[in-house]
Design a protein around this ligand. Structure first.
Ligand SMILES: CC(C)(COP(=O)(O)OP(=O)(O)OC[C@H]1O[C@@H](n2cnc3c(N)ncnc32)[C@H](O)[C@@H]1OP(=O)(O)O)[C@@H](O)C(=O)NCCC(=O)NCCS
Length: 124
């Protein structure tokens, strides 16, 4: 992630308290090499105590707005597939599906034996 953050595009969600600023969420993204019509969301996270307040949605919407500005009509994201029994990522899939991402492809054993990868896409 540290290596990606040096080169990927991104937005942060910032909480201001007086003169203090705290980053409480971030999203990174990258145009797909070889497909000028597609942007990939590469990393996304919201600090646990600030989740379920709409920040994740606003971060993804910020990328969608930028896609509109640069003429890109597809956003893609990858995560663990439904076949992997791991509760945190069930929540992640629910988040993306609520935002209008649709299942695009499952890559079996992508992360290791039994750890399938789900690719989701949202058409803007
Ligand atoms: C996924 C994540 C970024 C969502 O951020 P968030 O700020 O909590 O999301 P939002 O508040 O914008 O949620 C938007 C909608 O998504 C859905 N959603 C969000 N979190 C959910 C959860 N835990 N379970 C079910 N649905 C959820 C809800 O419909 C929610 O709307 P609502 O709160 O009005 O019901 C955050 O949970 C997170 O950082 N998770 C850990 C890291 C991660 O999974 N990153 C993505 C890796 S691919």
């Amino acid at each position: 992630m540290a290596a990606d953050l040096r080169t990927h595009h991104g937005f942060v969600a910032v909480r201001r308290t007086g003169a203090e600023e705290q980053v409480v969420g971030f999203v990174t993204w990258l145009p797909r090499v070889g497909d000028v019509n597609l942007v990939e969301l590469t990393w996304l996270g919201v600090t646990p105590q600030f989740q379920r307040r709409g920040l994740g949605r606003r971060l993804v919407e910020a990328v969608a707005d930028r896609c509109g500005q640069i003429g890109v009509s597809v956003m893609e994201v990858t995560t663990l597939a439904d076949s992997v029994d791991y509760a945190p990522y069930a929540r992640t899939r629910a988040f993306y599906r609520t935002l209008g991402f649709r299942d695009w492809r499952v890559d079996a054993d992508f992360y290791g034996p039994g750890d399938d990868r789900l690719v989701l896409r949202k058409y803007l």
